[in-house]
Each structure stands twice: as structure tokens, then as C-alpha cells.
Design a protein around this ligand. Structure first.
Ligand SMILES: N[C@@H](CCC(=O)N[C@@H](CS)C(=O)NCC(=O)O)C(=O)O
Length: 207
């Protein structure tokens, strides 16, 4: 598999998943928000053929091209079942897995991206400064909801590390980098999971 990514952006979760999975992969660093003439730019015409949005991550697995980080994590997990990164079990366990993935991708990270979009990502004429306060409000609400969804365990689901732990740790890492208020227990969660050898290896790779 080939993964195109940039630093500790959303592509980091895919890189980390690949490293945890034990699958062979190639990591290709691209640059976002750069001149399309730069061959390494996500806006370059060659990259746009893979990912029309000019965003990261992009995963290429043979003929298959995936451009959504959630789908990429699930594809990696299903390609390496022995790594156990997608919990298996009764309907309640798989439902909780689906719920947490969807919640993190649509509720918890959404205000972080709103903050990024209205600070630097959108063209200036589309930025709305008041969105920054709204994002802070929405993030606090999502964190409070997460308190209800998660039990006070080492891992999000059952007694083993899963894609949900990658999503949580990477999202709280993002929140801290954007200087959002993150409760101590989620700072500790980020710290604990980032200590894993796979995460440390990925950090070294993207630095
Ligand atoms: N829904 C996509 C979002 C991808 C995305 O927005 N990636 C950001 C980095 S975290 C990006 O490449 N931004 C560059 C841009 O907006 O031009 C996913 O989860 O993979």
C-alpha cells in the first residue's frame, strides 16, 4: 500500500494504523497549501489525479484509491485481521465501534477543522472569525458527550487497542496543537497511546 500524507494531519492516523497493522507500506510526504507547480504539492496535477480535493490522506492499494481517513483505517484493519485493530464480537461491540468512529469523525474533530478552516485553510474571503468561538463551544460539547460514550478503561473498546484509540489519540493531539481546552484524562489518553512504539516510529517518520 502507498500512503500519501502530511505531518501530524489526519494522514497521521492512517500512517499509525499501517504501522500497527504490520502491513508493508510506502509513505509519501506531500505538502498542503503550497504552489501547484511544486511536484510534492497536494495541489499538483499528478496528486489531484488521485485525490481531486488535493487533501491528505490518500491510500493506494493496487487499483483501489481511498481518500477518507475513516475508510482508510477500516481498510487497513480489514486487510490485517490478525492485528485485531477492528474489534470483533457481538452486535453491541461492533455497534459501539461504529458509533465511536462516526462520533469522532463527525462531532469531535468537526470543530477542530472549523477552527483550522476559518483561521488559515479557507480562502480569506470565506473565513468567518466568529466561527472560532463557535468551534470552542462545539468542541466542549463533543468532549462532554464522549464522557458518556467511553468507559474509564485503558482502551476505548474492550481490553485491546483498536482504530478507535488511534482516532481518539490523534484527534486530541490535534486539539492540543490547536490550543483547545483538553481535559486531563484525555491528555493522558493521548500521552499513553502516543507512547506506543508504532506511534513513536510514525512521529519520527513525519518530523
Ligand atoms: N474527510 C477527510 C478530510 C481530509 C482533510 O481535510 N485533510 C486536510 C489535512 S488534515 C487537508 O489535506 N487539507 C488541505 C486543504 O484543505 O487544502 C478525511 O478525514 O480524510
Amino acid at each position: 500500500m502507498k500512503l500519501y500524507g502530511m505531518g501530524q494531519s489526519r494522514s497521521f492516523r492512517a500512517l499509525w494504523a499501517l504501522e500497527e497493522s504490520g502491513l508493508e507500506y510506502e509513505y509519501i510526504a506531500v505538502k498542503t497549501f503550497t504552489d501547484a507547480d511544486d511536484p510534492a504539492s497536494a495541489s499538483n496535477e499528478n496528486y489531484l489525479k488521485l485525490n481531486t480535493q488535493g487533501k491528505v490522506p490518500t491510500l493506494v492499494d493496487g487499483e483501489l484509491i481511498l481518500i477518507e481517513s475513516g475508510a482508510i483505517l477500516n481498510h487497513i484493519g480489514r486487510s490485517a485481521p490478525a492485528a485485531g485493530l477492528i474489534p470483533e464480537g457481538d452486535l453491541a461491540i461492533t455497534a459501539r465501534y461504529d458509533e465511536l468512529c462516526c462520533f469522532i469523525l463527525t462531532e469531535l474533530e468537526q470543530p477542530l477543522w472549523s477552527n483550522g478552516k476559518h483561521r488559515f485553510a479557507l480562502p480569506e474571503e470565506h473565513r468567518i472569525p466568529a466561527m472560532l468561538e463557535t468551534a470552542t463551544f462545539e468542541f466542549a460539547k463533543a468532549v462532554a458527550t464522549l464522557d458518556q460514550l467511553l468507559e474509564d478503561n485503558e482502551f476505548a473498546i474492550g481490553n485491546r487497542f483498536s482504530m478507535v484509540d488511534i482516532l481518539l489519540a490523534q484527534t486530541f493531539n490535534w486539539a492540543l496543537r490547536f490550543e483547545f481546552k483538553v481535559p486531563q484524562k484525555y491528555r493522558e489518553l493521548r500521552e499513553r497511546h502516543f507512547q506506543r512504539p508504532a506511534a513513536q516510529k510514525c512521529l519520527a517518520l513525519v518530523e
